[in-house]
Design a protein around this ligand. Structure first.
Ligand SMILES: [Zn+2]
Length: 379
């Protein structure tokens, strides 16, 4: 909670100092590469059909379409209200790959099983990709996401936090969505309320640092001035989107139930506001993992790039790896005698060195056509 509060203060300071540029910087479109992990339990490996978490590529592609329409404020795909405050956030999404993994576990709890899911299907490098795990969640959960902290496992960042969970956070960073609410127009989708793929729009909003518009408390704040203060969430099955009003701080106003960061039925949602856009843009500059993702998303370089830190290291070694065209890479860690000290891993970049004897090591990245080796010292 303290980390969250400290992050919030840093976000507010950054927005105050950069408000005008944060709003216009979105002329520069940021495209976020997405990896979808499909986790299912059917032994016959059948793809698609009602009740089957092993969803079709089509369902995955149309979820990416929904994200692009919603974050782009695309006309023709609006929800019930056509609120004039709706903006193009300047953020787009590109599907890089779909990873399918079968497991014996039939359902997951999004609050406690993030590491389990990442164990079944490891995240692709979270400094470069938005990872989405699609699976069957325990009833009443639609999805969840990891909120970006502004101080993380990165000694280049001021205010290094000391939480025990930080390596885990880096390995589980992403969004978890129940397969019945993912995408639209699919046999797998059974809800009459959350059926247009906006659960993922909402959860990705959290992943980019947005807060529920009612501020998670009676007349609370989401730190965005252009989303009216509301008593509470609009959790309803009313798909006719009847207006709802609140009287907070002495003024009566209509709740912005069309905002993606409410709990409204998918058909009622159509808006991210200017202040929400500024907040997401600020997060993408402040959060080390999001900032690195944005930096890499703009590169067209054909050479592999590798940076490792801290060096010397005594706990966790972090690597930032850029490969052209989202090519997967293999990581090998060798000692000074050239012996492998860890099993090779694909697209994994954090190394726990706490049990390594002190000395010189080599961190080797291999892609289809290139190999780069960096030295590091464990103390
Ligand atoms: Zn939420």
């Amino acid at each position: 909670m303290q980390l969250r509060l400290r992050s919030e203060q840093a976000i507010q300071r950054h927005i105050d100092l950069n408000k005008s540029t944060l709003r216009t910087s979105a002329d520069d479109i940021i495209t976020i590469p997405v990896v979808v992990h499909v986790i299912y339990d059917r032994e016959d490996n059948k793809i698609g059909g009602a009740g089957n978490p092993n969803i079709t590529d089509e369902q995955i592609r149309n979820q990416i379409d929904v994200l692009n329409e919603d974050y782009g404020n695309t006309s023709g795909y609006k929800g019930f209200y056509t609120d004039s405050l709706g903006v193009d956030t300047g953020i787009r999404f590109k599907l890089v790959t779909v990873v399918r993994e079968r497991t014996t576990k039939t359902q997951f709890n999004p609050l406690t099983d993030a590491a389990t899911l990442a164990g079944i299907s490891p995240a692709w490098f979270t400094n470069r990709y938005l990872n989405i795990w699609v699976c069957k969640l325990a009833d009443r959960y639609l999805g969840t996401s990891q909120f970006p902290v502004v101080t993380e496992i990165n000694d280049r960042t001021n205010g290094l936090s000391v939480s025990e969970d930080e390596e885990v956070d880096a390995l589980t960073d992403g969004v978890i969505i129940d397969f019945r609410y993912f995408g639209r127009n699919s046999d797998a989708i059974t809800s009459a309320v959350y059926n247009l793929g906006r659960t993922t729009t909402h959860e990705v909003g959290h992943w980019l640092g947005l807060i529920h518009i009612w501020g998670d408390t009676f007349c609370g704040t989401d730190y965005c001035e252009d989303t009216p203060v509301a008593y509470t969430k609009n959790e309803t099955t009313d798909v006719s989107c009847t207006p709802v009003f609140s009287q907070c701080r002495g003024s009566n106003s209509r709740n912005m139930i069309e905002n993606y960061m409410d709990y409204s039925p998918d058909a009622c949602m159509s808006v991210f506001t200017d202040d929400q856009k500024a907040r997401m843009q600020a997060i993408m500059q402040l959060s080390p993992r999001r900032a690195k993702l944005v930096e890499y998303s703009k590169l067209t370089d054909q050479n592999v790039k590798v940076e490792i830190y801290p060096n010397p290291v005594h706990e966790f070694l972090t690597a930032d790896v850029y490969t052209p065209s989202y090519e997967p890479f293999t990581v090998s860690v060798l000692n000074d005698k050239g012996q492998k000290v860890l099993e090779d891993r694909v697209n994994r970049t954090y190394v726990d060195v706490k049990n390594f004897p002190g000395g010189l090591y080599f961190y080797k990245i291999t892609t289809g056509g290139q190999t780069i080796t960096k030295k590091f010292v464990v103390r």
